[in-house]
Design a protein around this ligand. Structure first.
Ligand code: FAD
Length: 428
């Protein structure tokens, strides 16, 4: 007798957790992803700031599912889903399913601002992390050729837009890369010509944290040398400057956009109602309305608990993945679907060496205590034992010797064909 086939679109936190939780269920699982790896996003900013290499925060999906006897993987771009015909649509062909789990995550949202989409760097996937690392290091190399101070100022100004956790973590790590590491590489570097700006439209950084932790983060960022600009709304960006609403113009050669995120485009073709940030409105059981065999989880899902939409966070995606796996196992046994309940483990963000903020229920930590907590949680959760060891060694090396060994400017080039062309998929 053939077993029901569960097709999971997306090998991120939600999709992978779901596949793992189906390990003992009487189903066959097929995971489909455009990349052949699973990415540990919380440390992506450390790839961009030359502290970690990509291999330390990403693992091939095939190696992660090796212990799952009932799971397989296929690499493809998911283009849509035919929910009535029970088929997942991909650029490689259609995949029939008995149960479908859509977990394709989210993407940067530039809110229709063409100048931002064109000139700003994103930090959502590994390619963007590497492109940003190339850009930062290349700007320093280019600055050594610039004879004019104004030109150097443009090359050496890095503006991060959005003081949420990703923006705060990137700005903190970037300023430390410059002040503690690159300063030693470039002996004639005038630190007065280098700026790391963090622009935020709201009145404080880390808007989802309690006010005391926001204030602790603000102080720590400024102490490290980040120029925090609050109440700053970006109107447009070009290759050498940012224009703010109100007319202020800031010279900046590199702009990173972390201020907007929306669900993956997959939701838009489903013919289902979308909520804020284009997230798919799901039933309390995470089923697609009118299609009980289809589920949406993670960033793509706009699941709400007591009227509030759940945030785009890893614990949400993982808990939803687990719950959907349990529901599918139940449905296979002719049982019913249960309502999803979220257990909030808390939030944290690091500002750099010896400094982080953590809000874990009633427990609020900042400074060194917050940082130790952040280190522990992230180390435990890095993808594999091997990655954990390498990440720990890299962190210890950086901490003890003020050195980041992965300061390589790399450009990918397709193999075969015309090798005279130097253009690759990466900017920088
Ligand atoms: C830089 C950064 C830092 C973050 N830090 C934290 C943090 O510290 N803590 C926290 O809780 N959350 C953090 N987040 C948010 C967290 O990454 C997401 O909430 C979480 O990954 C959502 O899980 P998901 O399974 O929905 O999507 P993802 O984990 O993003 O997985 C989506 C998967 O779908 C694949 N995919 C997408 N579109 C397609 C397609 N069309 N075809 C095929 N495959 C596709 C992708 O390749 C990816 O593998 C961070 C996010 C970023 C970008």
């Amino acid at each position: 007798m053939t077993r029901p086939r569960v097709v999971i679109a997306g090998a991120g936190f939600g999709g992978l957790t779901c596949a793992r939780a189906l390990k003992r269920a009487a189903v066959d699982v097929l995971i489909v992803d455009r990349n052949n790896y699973h990415l540990f996003t919380p440390l992506l900013y450390q790839v961009a700031s030359a502290l970690l290499d990509p291999g330390e925060i990403a693992r091939p999906v095939r190696s992660l599912i090796r212990p799952l006897a009932n799971a397989d993987f296929k690499q493809a771009e998911v283009t849509g889903a035919d929910l009535d015909g029970r088929r997942l649509l991909t650029d490689r062909g259609e995949i029939p399913y008995d149960y479908l789990v859509l977990a394709t995550g989210s993407q940067s949202d530039y809110f229709g601002n063409a100048s931002l989409a064109r000139h700003a760097y994103g930090l959502k996937d590994l390619e963007e992390g590497l492109a940003l690392r190339n850009r930062i290091l290349s700007q320093f190399e280019s600055s050594r050729w610039a004879t004019d101070a104004e030109q150097r100022r443009v090359l050496l100004t890095f503006a991060v837009v959005g003081a949420g956790p990703t923006g705060v973590e990137l700005a903190g790590s970037l300023v430390e890369l410059i002040h503690l590491v690159l300063r030693k590489d470039y002996r004639d570097l005038d630190l007065g010509e280098v700026r790391v700006l963090l622009l935020e439209a709201a009145a404080a950084p880390l808007g989802t944290f309690v006010p005391t932790l926001r204030e602790a983060a603000r102080k720590s960022l400024e102490k490290k040398g980040v120029e925090l600009m609050l109440g700053a709304k970006v109107e447009s960006v070009d290759e050498s400057s940012i224009k703010l609403v109100g007319g202020t113009q800031i010279a900046a050669g590199t702009v990173v956009w972390t201020a907007g995120v929306r669900a993956s485009d997959l939701g838009q073709g489903l013919g289902i109602e979308l909520g804020r940030q284009s997230r798919v409105k799901v039933e309390p059981t995470l089923q697609v309305p009118g299609h009980p065999a289809a589920f949406v989880i993670g960033d793509l899902a706009g699941a709400s608990v007591e009227g509030a939409t759940l945030p785009m966070l890893i614990p949400v995606a993982m808990q939803e993945g687990k719950q959907v796996a349990a529901t599918i196992a139940e449905l296979v046994r002719n049982g019913g679907a249960k309502v999803f309940r979220y257990k909030d483990p808390g939030i944290m963000a690091t500002i750099g060496r010896n400094s982080a903020v953590a809000e874990l229920g009633a427990v609020r930590l900042s400074g060194f205590a917050g940082w130790l907590m952040w280190l522990g949680v992230h180390l435990v959760n890095v993808i594999s034992f091997r990655s954990r060891l390498i990440v720990l060694v890299n962190w210890a090396w950086d901490y003890l010797f003020y050195d980041r060994p992965v300061r390589l400017i790399l450009r990918a080039r397709d193999g075969g064909g015309d090798r005279t062309s130097q253009t690759g998929p990466m900017r920088g």
